[in-house]
Design a protein around this ligand. Sequence first.
Ligand code: PMP
Length: 359
Amino acid sequence: MMKTDTRKINFGAGPAMLPPEVLLQASQAVLDYNQSGMSILEIPHRGQLCRDMIDECTALVKELCGIGDDFHVIWQQGGGRQQFCMIPLNFLRPDATAGFLISGHWSKEAMEYAHFYGNVNEVASSEPMKFNCLPAIPVDFSQELAYLHYTTNNTIFGTQWHDIPQSGAVPLIADMSSDILSSERDYSRFSLFYAVAQKNLGAAGNCLVAIRKDFLDRQVSAKLPPSFDFKAQVAERSVLNTANAFAIYVTLLMLKWIKAKGISSINADNKLKSSILYRSIDDSPSFVPYVANKAHRSNMNVCFFPVNPDVEARFNILCKQNNITGIAGHRSAGGYRVSLYNAISIQNVQLLSEIIASI
Ligand code: PMP
């Protein structure tokens, strides 16, 4: 086991820090999965061990999200971008239009991918404000849309939709990659939601997709290659191709960790962590927050800028001395970005805030 005193405090946006107990159990499973005499890397994906593991993971997601048998849950390997393709392939006719709320890089990329398959409508966008706030949704947007897609948390610029947008009769689809299971949310409001695992749910190489059954019935194309066909993936129960058993297992461990803590306590901790950090930035003469509107600020990714290169140099040195890593802003945004996913402790955030206050 990695010594805790040498372990870095990783505020990276994903792959993100995992709890030590999850890392320990995952490493034990690499040597011997559940006393099966086989490594998790060796178990057959269609065998009972893997089947039971995937079923447990699916049941736990349904329980934690409060969704029942009206949803299918599947596990996919191609990350967020695979879903940017699969969703329009399955639910957007070439002559139909999908709506998008553009609050950052990833929502825009999802729209650009959808445009390969059908028409897209930018219902609202905060791009003119360089994504430093959420866009205002027009009350009278078209109800003729095949679906409305948005990104619940803007990983790169640090905004978050704390309330679920009203979409009227239009099916609502959400990319929840950077804030799934970080707070209480009515997941039943969505026709489809998805989340890559490498932030709040474990390791890269696994993506949760939950699809309402009556929405899947509306699938528009009957002629899709099985790998990109949600119905085929559902029918094969996530093992259409060789499943990434290890990544799914890490998600299972994370889900158990989340369940043991409880979503309401995770939510309270996340709010506390972000308030500690924002307060130190707001109070500091040396840093400016990227998102001024407090109601739009993300509890998951906090973005800020140093006021001059001297501050930047001193901050970088202090972070290095304190074993802190992963705080550089995204290459398209610059500055700093601190990610406060579920596994980041309050103590880690307090340490960073004290460093900010000391500059
Ligand atoms: N959506 C969001 C909200 C993200 O933060 C990211 C980046 N991890 C993606 C999608 C893209 O995910 P991937 O790199 O797995 O394609």
